[in-house]
Structure formats: C-alpha cells, structure tokens
Design a protein around this ligand. Sequence first.
Ligand SMILES: [Ca+2]
Ligand SMILES: [Ca+2]
Ligand SMILES: [Ca+2]
Ligand SMILES: [Ca+2]
Length: 424
Amino acid sequence: MIFWLFGLMGCGEAEVPPPTKEIPIDTEKTKKEEPKESKKDLPPIDPPTPMQEPLVGGPYPGLLLTQAWFWTDQNGKANPGPARLEIWRKEPQGWKKTRLEDGESNVFHKAIPYENGILTIGAEKAMLKKWTHDQGKWSAELLWEKSWGGRFNRLRDIEVGDVDGDGKEELVIATHDHGVIAVFDDPKNITELDPKADTFIHEIEIGDVDGDGKKEFFATPSARNSAKHSQGGSVVMYRWNGKSYERSVVVAMDKTHAKEILVTDIDKDGRDELYVVKEAVKIGNAIITPVQIVRYTPDKDGVFIGTVVHTIQDAQTRFLISGDWNGDGSLDLIAASMKAGLWFIERDAEDKWSASLIDADSSGFEHSAYGADIDGDGVLELYVAADDQKSLNSYVFRDGSFHKEKIGEIPANTFTWNIVSGSF
Ligand SMILES: [Ca+2]
Ligand SMILES: [Ca+2]
Ligand SMILES: [Ca+2]
Ligand SMILES: [Ca+2]
C-alpha cells in the first residue's frame, strides 16, 4: 500500500486529492504492484457508506479529530473516503471513539465545538456545517458552501473571535485555491477578502499584537502547494478600521512560506506575539534551510521584528501550540514536526529560548497536537495524533519529563488534520 501513499505525498498541489481520476498515483509503481492474475472477475467494492454513530451517554470531556482517509477498490486503487470526524470521549470506563462522517466532502480539516453543536470545515466540497446530536441522531445545517471556479474548493482553517469589535464573534476562514479569507458573521453576511487565483490560504490566527484591546487576524497566503520546490508565501495581518478590514504584510518569503502560525502571549506582557513556522527551503527532497520558528512582534512604529526561536531539521512542521506544559508558571511551546519528533521549547526570563526532544518516535504528515486538561486535575495534557505510528497518544509532564500513554488506534491510510477538545 505504500506506493500510493508516496503518490499522495508527492502529489504536487493537492493536500488531499479529489476523488477518482485526479488521484496522482505513480502509474509506473502502480503497474509493478499489480498482481499477475486478471482482475476482471473480481467483484467491485462499493464505496463506504458514511458512518454516523450515535453518542451514547455523556456529555463527557474529549477530543475532536478531523481526518481524511482512503479505501482501496478491487483494482488496488486508493480512493478518498467520506470526510471523517472522530469524537474521542473520556468516559468513566476509559477512552471511547464515535465516528461521524460526511459523504459530501472527502476531508474535514477542522471541527470546533460551537454553541450547541460542532462546526466542521470540509474540502472537496468546501462546506461549513453545524452538526447537532439529538436522541441518537446527527443532523447538519449547511451554513456556507462555495466554489471559486479554480481547481480546488477547500475550507482549510477556521478561528473564532470578535475581529470587528462589535461585541459579537465572527468565524474567520481560510480557503483554497482562490486566495479568499472569509469573515463569516452569519449565512447572509460573509465578507470575502482578497480573492486571487491559484492562491492557497493555509492558516488563520486571531489576537491582539499591539495591545490596543482590539483583535487583529493573520493569514498565510502562498502560491499553490508544490512537491518540486518550496513555494513562496507571506503572512498578512487584517485590522478592522470601522468600515473594512485593512490588510498589511507582516513578512514576505521568496523561497518558502508558512503553513502554521500561532498568535499568543507567551511572555505575558499583555500583547500577543506572532509565531511563524517557516517550512524548509528545499530543492527536490534536499533541505537547503531547515524549518524555522520565528517570533514576530511590532516595534514602536509597527514594524514587525523577527527572532528565531528554534530550528528543526525537517521539511515541515505543521503544529505549534502553547501552554505551561511543565507547570512552572511560564508558558512554553510545543512543535510537532513531520519526521523529526515532538519538541518542547522554553523561554527564560532573559528571553533566551531552549528546546528539548519530547519524543522522537512520533511523526506524521500533519502530526496534529493539542493541549487540554481533560481529566481536570489542573495539569495540562498534550494530545498527539501520530499518524505514522497509527496511535493517538497523550503526554503529561511529571517528575521532570513527559510521560506518554496510548489512547487508541489511528487506522492506516489516515491523515489527522486537527485536534481540539470539548465536551460531547
Ligand atoms: Ca464582531
Ligand atoms: Ca490590536
Ligand atoms: Ca506578549
Ligand atoms: Ca512552563
């Protein structure tokens, strides 16, 4: 099965490829893997029916894992399954998983608890849905669907915050592949910012970097994803001026781009900092400049100054999260890299940064990570989807080091795009 997975990884601009003929399988390798006998007589394998399992009992504290997964047909060809949400709940008897799938998309990139339900963002098709569960049945309300006429229609990231200062939260949404950053007030009031053909927006973050009490938001446009070289991109900031969202460029990169950013107040000075994870600069598979985590803070003139916090010898690092993981009262970072492990990154009182490896044996294309105190003991746990190891794990810092525990299995041929916590 490895052959097609490599095909997907090296699939150029696709993140999760659209179904059927656009799956960029390496045909040479596919041919080699074909069994000798004719497949004419093999009965067709039906596409999987979307699972919508009921939540039994609860609510319980738990995690939402959003995934793409692939099933294999009678010809050995990989096909994307329905968009998948795994709801992992910590029940009195232990961790249990419930699946909710949607046949209208082939990936959920993120799900968040929202009002009395769960919001999901899908791709192929690009749909924003709100799911509610009542008496063993799921129902979904389609809040937004859009096609921009490009090759892909994806909702890629979503954050919640009051970005226009009216006291009501908006949903800020990153999309592919027409460059749109959408501010969703309600289904009738959606502001689409800065459409641009062949442009991917990977990530949104919301925060107050200048300390004026108003929230800015940040987005990461880049050229289309490319497997052959590292495409250029930028991080842009939007500020509500009372009438519209004003855009400015925080950092522009020729040879690389960011798919992960974080806006949070690690130094606790009342202003959020922007942390940008720059993907490696590559030529083919050769890493010319490794992954860099760079902190940006505005100076008195509003010019963003960058400081390298940590460097990781890897091609990409798609999760950077904050929390006081070691319980010393100072906020720390955790970076989950694709192949080079999980990193604990600490800042000292002199603003010096140091990093140590939590676990080398945890990896994944996305390598989703999240911090939450699900057991309610006042100590933050780290939750990690190690897709390569096919394991959902938790870590807790105790007696000077991180202790790992396996929560459950992640199936083969699955990409876990995001994790958040809540009560379900
Ligand atoms: Ca608002
Ligand atoms: Ca502000
Ligand atoms: Ca700060
Ligand atoms: Ca700490």
